[in-house]
Design a protein around this ligand. Structure first.
Ligand code: TPP
Ligand code: MG
Length: 280
């Protein structure tokens, strides 16, 4: 199975990330609900996964056994996933404008039962890594060459189930599993430092026996290099601690609004115009 989306170079990936950010703003403002800031921090990683040649995917055959898998464990950030999938041809950009509308399959959290190409129904935080580990072990047992990527939030890392999965993944030397922690410094009710300070993820995950890299996750060059390095590890699971900024790409707007978390809030039409101007 070939990598479906054309592998983009660094400058093209940066342009693609901008397009994806614009969709994130457009669809959440249209819905008047959703999580744009949580989606924007994760945009470089999701863009690189889908368009940097890292995932075998076929939008026309989204359940092909040998596909690679991306589990968005921080499911509330699904606008970034819908935007990337629309750009990759799973469905159209027009389709995702129905985000969160009554009856729409573009629900506020990913629903694998309703939308082909979604790997896991997430939103209840803490479960995605266990799910991804199960997928990684399953394809390995079936001798299918498939890599599973899971993205968690840094607030989400406070869930104990994540650490059970980290321990189990090492026990089974699950080298076809990559965890990406989107460390944007905030969770729902405030900064992760105030709510639950787990900030030194690198040494913690490394102590469980994983290969770990810590990078600036809003720097496309660093993201691509880290994903390349992760794929070269063949004896244990890999983790990328992706240090990001919540709302990256439109930070001047959030600064003006005096809310650098901006959790679960769509931009008003007026603020969206200002944000889109920054992303033109
Ligand atoms: C089990 C569970 N508890 C609480 C929530 C409510 N909730 C939704 S988003 C969120 C904050 C998540 O923070 P983080 O993982 O850092 O993601 P970010 O939005 O910063 O990317 C919380 C607590 C949830 N979805 N699931
Ligand atoms: Mg966070």
């Amino acid at each position: 199975m070939a990598v479906s989306a054309k592998k983009l170079g660094l400058d093209e990936l940066k342009d693609k990330a901008k397009a994806i950010r614009r969709h994130i703003i457009d669809i959440t403002t249209e819905a008047a609900s959703g999580h744009p800031s949580s989606s924007l921090s994760a945009t470089e990683v999701v863009t690189a996964l889908f368009f940097g040649g890292f995932m075998k995917l076929d939008p026309k055959n989204p359940t092909a056994k040998e596909r690679d898998r991306f589990v968005l464990s921080k499911g509330h950030a699904v606008p970034v996933l819908y935007a990337a999938m629309a750009e990759a041809g799973f469905f159209s950009v027009k389709d995702i404008m129905s985000l969160r509308k009554l009856g729409s399959v573009y629900e506020g959290h990913p629903n694998m039962a309703r939308l082909p190409g979604i790997e896991a129904s997430t939103g209840s935080l803490g479960q995605g890594l266990s799910f991804g580990l199960g997928q990684a072990l399953g394809v390995r047992m079936d001798k299918i060459d498939s890599h599973v990527y899971v993205m968690t939030g840094d607030g989400e890392m406070g869930e104990g189930q994540v650490w059970e999965a980290i321990a189990a993944a090492e026990k089974y030397k699950t080298s076809n599993l990559t965890l990406i922690i989107d460390q944007n410094g905030y969770q729902q009710t405030g900064s992760t430092k105030e709510v639950l300070d787990l900030t030194a993820f690198g040494p913690k995950v490394e102590a469980f026996g994983w290969h770990v890299q810590t990078i600036n996750g809003n720097d496309m060059g660093e993201v691509v290099k880290a994903l390349e390095a992760a794929r070269k590890i063949t004896d244990r699971p890999t983790c990328i601690v992706s240090q990001t900024k919540k709302g990256f790409g439109i930070l001047p707007v959030l600064e003006k609004e005096k809310d650098l978390n901006y959790h679960g809030k769509p931009l008003s039409k007026k603020l969206a115009e200002e944000a889109l101007a920054l992303l033109s």
